[in-house]
Design a protein around this ligand. Structure first.
Ligand code: 13P
Length: 252
């Protein structure tokens, strides 16, 4: 049985003061919800403040990116061990990183291997663009992104891995995919790619999330799918009532 998980990706939103305020409002209602792993991923600048507030709450903290190197002359970057001091999770290969910061599968792969070495739980994002979707390339693209991003990951670490299927055309557009279609991508390409890498049994242990315009209104449609174990939520994760409702839906 895979435990459900909901993660909020705040992207480049919320100052430290705003982070404190939002977490302060969320923490009590989120703590009441059991049976679902909950993770909040605010911007780097807010991680310290968030970590202090979340301590002992059972709610996890995640970064939205990191460098793969341990340390050194990489101005502006953050190392795995720096992330590990405050966080248990790290989002890697988000489509915005791939699109705006030229992250290739090879770059994502180096980061995933570093997350493994640092003992961080990587939330690895894959998903096709609108153009690829319309050209019916979804299955090919998602399959190769999954295998290439996870190359060399050990079968021991794999059960800790989280894959997020986020069709790029569904992100921030209000046009979510639908349960059946998203489930089919996970079943037909993501799990088979995981099985090739780690073996059938381990592939079944990896949690796969859906992301892209998830709201309180459509969350259950995704969570009712057998292959979908939760959600990576953007916009709605910064609205207390929405995120709490999504976490509740995942717990049911
Ligand atoms: P939205 O939920 O705002 O569409 O964002 C999804 C996302 O990119 C989460 O990583």
């Amino acid at each position: 049985m895979r435990k459900s998980l909901v993660a909020g990706n705040w992207k480049m939103n919320k100052t430290i003061a705003e982070t404190r305020d939002l977490i302060f409002k969320m923490i009590a209602p989120l703590r009441e919800i059991t049976g679902v792993e909950q993770v909040i991923c605010p911007p780097f600048m807010s991680l310290m403040a968030a970590s202090a507030l979340l301590e002992g709450s059972g709610i996890g903290l995640g970064a939205q990116n990191m460098h793969w190197e341990e340390k050194g002359a990489f101005t502006g970057e953050t190392s795995p061990m720096m992330v590990k001091e405050l966080c248990g999770y790290v989002i890697l290969g988000h489509s915005e990183r791939r699109a705006y910061f030229n992250e290739t599968d090879q770059v994502v792969n180096r980061k995933v291997l570093s997350a493994q070495a640092a003992g961080l739980t990587a939330i690895v994002c894959v998903g096709e663009t609108l153009e690829q979707y319309e050209s019916k390339l979804t299955m090919d693209v998602v399959s190769s992104q999954t295998s290439n991003s996870l190359k060399g990951v050990s079968a021991e670490y794999a059960p800790r891995l989280i894959v997020a299927y986020e069709p790029v055309w569904a992100i921030g557009t209000g046009k979510a995919s639908n349960g059946t279609e998203a489930n089919a991508v996970v079943k037909e390409v993501i799990r088979p790619a995981l099985a090739k890498l780690f073996g059938e049994e381990t592939a079944q242990a990896v949690r796969v999330l859906y992301g892209g315009s998830v709201t309180a209104a459509n969350a259950a449609e995704f969570f009712n799918q057998p292959e979908i174990d939760g959600a990576l939520v953007g916009g709605a994760s910064m609205k207390v009532e929405e995120f709490v409702a999504i976490a509740k839906a995942a717990a049911n």
